[in-house]
Design a protein around this ligand. Sequence first.
Ligand SMILES: [Zn+2]
Length: 152
Amino acid sequence: MQCPYCGSEQLVTSNSRATEKGLVTWRRKKCLHCGQVFTTKEKIDLSNLLVVKKSRKKVRYQRCKLYSGIYNAAREGKHADRGAMAELTEQITDQVEAAILRQGQKVISSQKIGELVMDILSRQYPELFLTYFAYFQGDRGKRFVRQLLKGI
Ligand SMILES: [Zn+2]
């Protein structure tokens, strides 16, 4: 690894923090050459995972697709602050990836990924769960959620 500022390889790790049951690790690094401090994120690589879509077509897993699905759904909700929204989406995406990994499969259906997202959202982010659900179920889902919120 090289310092992103000066290219030096003389780096020291000053702090590290594991999250998501050790599947993601943040490291604070300091460059001994230029003194800059930066953070790296070390995570398990899911790029070999295959996703089976509804059409039965197999595609390579892409984190950005999962991320944008969650982000778009969340944006429909009350979370107006984009910065906070992006951070939260990042966090949830990490959790979903950890759950995918725990399945221990090399192939997973897009439906199963959707279920894992719903599972995590419903347990930890109930408000987001409702917007996510409505977003993916279309108008019927939106009506359903509206009814549900009236009942609360
Ligand atoms: Zn440097």
